[in-house]
Design a protein around this ligand. Structure first.
Ligand code: BDP
Length: 675
């Protein structure tokens, strides 16, 4: 379709524009780093802020033929979807909505960066989910719960009069990957967010985000009527409480007409909720849903509930929510974490998915690496989310949410590779069928220009590193289904020995590993807590049988003797050792791969990743030595001869106490001081 000399000219321009200049980069441009040599002609159907943004993006970055944007409904294309085709010497982008055209513009730029000479004559894209939402766990004092990339982006003090440039850059990055909603504040919500002063600040952000197709949502505290207006109760059936919420919602919509709705953490980890007044989660959710319904707002009600009761923690959300199936209003969506415990490096999927047949559900993924090395470790999470989709059909979900890893750090997410997880979350929310490989391809090409360098292997080597990274973390932290072996509070380093006097037993690692002279692992089979019975029969049969249970979930579902024979003939103890060792060896391999990329990567990002990989390497050894030396006391067996030997003693590691909080990532200095 393009004559060959023109194609070469075009590829040449592209090469010139994209060839890395090797200038230092601070990562602030994320995956949006293209700049065109000369602005192309772009035709828009009418004047609007959104279309202007789309046109400006194309003028800044598109190197091909003139582009025509057309607002038109096409068969097989949803409201936010779009088509791209080449017609009469132009590239024609068509969508029924302005936001769809903005997405089309970003998609065209993505095609140019990732498959410049190899895209089909016609592209049609429709989002997998209508709601693709980031959850910020940002507090009003600008700390970020489980945030490891600086402070909160939202400068509440300065809002609404002063608007940081980063707000629009944030909206742009989200729009470029199709994210269309943002919950601004922590699920452990301050009631203050609903005060009039704060709503004016929220309004300012909503106004900025609107042209980028992003709606604003808020986390709300169930006791807000009591705290803000001194009501004597927050009972969801009390008429005064009902009136309070209706009036509050009316006030919000008078300021933000397209406000998205509420996210609620209730009766969980000390948060107030309807159960405090003898009511159910459905009573609580329906109260808010009724107030929001006239404005088409929604309630995302979290199923992350558990208490220090007799029931296995992994069973509790199901036990509490399954009986409520079908009793929620139609504008309530139950937001369920991917696994039944809490964002561990590996969990089986939560059995609530598939069990709630009459209630819309949405998945909650965690983009911030609370349990995967914070922003110090490379852990590309797309493979973890795809693993979830192997069990939970993407089409069975109503929406998708991801706990954000964004902060004030210049590169947004702390680790240069952590931005890949923000990117991957957006791309999977847009198209759950995309492969982890394809997303890594896109991100690498746009972030490091990996396809434009002289190296024949840089792109594939870095892609390999990304794809192997999450499994490496699982291996050196908690292989074979082990979970929650983290140090108290900050969830960074290993502490299988942790024993905080008086603390909740279900917050102690020993609750989960149950290591003793007989073996290790949590028996959730028919002989134990029977959590396996919460799964559909075919899956339950698989998980319940110690000989059929996939290795990666073995110690999640079974208490297994140390000399149990694994499918490869090794004992459980040997296999555990080999997994830990394998994790460490993988990080050594990542260091080598990264060092070979030096000639092709700008200095600043190269050095930052190189330094972080050293930290990751030391942490991997810390995890391996700490866990294996501790478990060896029970296994009473030697390390396999071919395994890398420990370099620490258990006593030494037991003395490590990082002085960091929920809001921080340990610095190399703090780690060196301790280890
Ligand atoms: C856990 C975090 C905690 C969150 C909680 C939640 O440790 O900080 O508040 O999840 O999701 O992962 O509500």
């Amino acid at each position: 379709m393009v004559s060959s000399w023109r194609r070469w000219l075009w590829v040449g321009c592209l090469w010139l524009a994209l060839t890395p200049t090797m200038q230092a980069e601070d990562g602030s441009r994320l995956w949006l780093r293209q700049s065109a040599v000369a602005a192309v002609e772009v035709e828009i159907p009418k004047q609007s802020q959104t279309l202007q943004i789309a046109a400006d993006e194309l003028r800044k970055g598109w190197l091909g033929q003139p582009v025509s944007l057309r607002l038109k409904k096409e068969k097989g294309v949803s409201a936010e979807g779009f088509s791209i085709c080449r017609r009469e010497g132009k590239v024609v982008l068509t969508s029924a909505s302005e936001t769809g055209l903005l997405y089309a513009a970003y998609h065209l730029l993505r095609l140019q960066a990732t498959a410049p000479d190899n895209w089909p004559d016609e592209v049609i894209e429709n989002p997998s989910y209508p709601l693709r939402i980031l959850n910020h766990w940002d507090n009003l004092d600008r700390t970020v719960e489980r945030g490891y990339a600086g402070r909160s982006l939202w400068d509440w003090e300065a809002l609404p009069s002063t608007l940081s440039d980063r707000y629009e850059a944030y909206a742009r990055a989200n729009a470029s990957i199709g994210i269309n909603g943002t919950v601004l504040n922590n699920v452990n919500a301050s009631p203050q967010i609903l005060s009039h002063d704060y709503l004016l600040k929220v309004q300012a952000l909503a106004d900025l985000f609107r042209p980028y197709g992003i709606r604003v949502y808020l986390s709300v505290n169930f006791a807000s009527p009591m705290v803000l207006d001194h009501l004597s109760t927050a009972d969801p059936l009390n008429p005064t409480v009902i009136r309070w919420w209706k009036a509050k919602v009316k006030e919000i919509y008078s300021l933000i007409p397209d406000f998205g709705g509420f996210l609620v953490k209730a009766n969980s980890e000390g948060q107030p909720g309807p159960c405090d007044f003898g009511r159910s989660h459905a009573d609580g959710a329906n109260l808010l849903a009724d107030a929001l319904q006239p404005y088409h707002g929604i309630v995302m009600w979290r199923a992350f509930v558990y208490s220090p009761s007799d029931a296995d923690r992994a069973k509790q959300a199901y036990l509490e929510f399954k009986p409520l199936d079908g009793t929620f209003r139609s504008n309530v969506i139950i937001q369920v974490k991917n696994g039944p415990i809490d964002f561990q490096p590996r969990e089986p999927y939560s059995p609530l998915f598939g069990a709630m047949q009459h209630t819309p559900l949405m998945a909650e993924f965690q983009i911030t690496q609370e349990y995967l090395g914070h922003s110090n470790h490379i852990a590309y999470l797309a493979p973890m989310w795809k693993e979830f989709f192997r069990f939970v059909a993407p089409s069975s979900l109503k929406a998708i949410a991801g706990v954000s890893n964004i902060g004030t750090d210049a590169n947004w997410c702390g680790h240069p590779f952590a931005a890949a997880n923000w990117y991957a979350f957006g791309r999977l929310a847009w198209n759950a069928e995309l492969t982890s490989e394809a997303i890594a391809d896109e991100w690498l090409s746009q972030t490091f220009d990996t396809r434009q360098t002289a190296s024949p292997t840089l792109h594939t080597d870095l892609r390999h590193l990304m794809l192997a990274s999450r499994e490496a973390v699982v291996d050196y932290m908690m292989p074979l289904g082990l979970h929650h072996q983290f140090a108290w509070g900050h969830h960074y380093g290993p502490e299988p020995w942790c024993d905080v006097p008086g603390a909740r037993p279900d917050w102690m690692p020993s609750y989960y590993h149950k290591a003793n002279a007989d073996g290790i692992g949590f028996d959730r089979s028919h002989t134990g807590s029977q959590a396996t019975a919460q799964y559909p029969d075919s899956i339950a049969a698989l998980f319940d049988d110690v000989h059929r249970c996939p290795d990666e979930y073995l110690l999640w579902f079974h208490h297994v003797p140390w000399n149990h024979r694994m499918p490869d003939g090794s004992t459980l103890w040997e296999s555990l050792c080999r997994h830990y060792d394998q994790g460490v060896q993988q990080v050594r391999a990542f260091q080598k791969i990264w060092d070979q990329s030096e000639p092709y990567i700008d200095r600043e990002r190269f050095l930052q990743v190189q330094t972080l990989l050293k930290t990751q390497m030391r942490d991997a050894i810390w995890w391996k030595d700490g866990c294996l030396l501790y478990f060896q006391q029970y296994a009473d067996m030697p390390f396999p001869a071919d395994m890398e030997r420990p370099i620490h003693t258990l006593d030494e590691l037991k003395r490590v106490k990082l002085s960091i909080s929920n809001y921080e990532c340990p610095t190399p200095e703090e780690l060196n001081r301790q280890r």
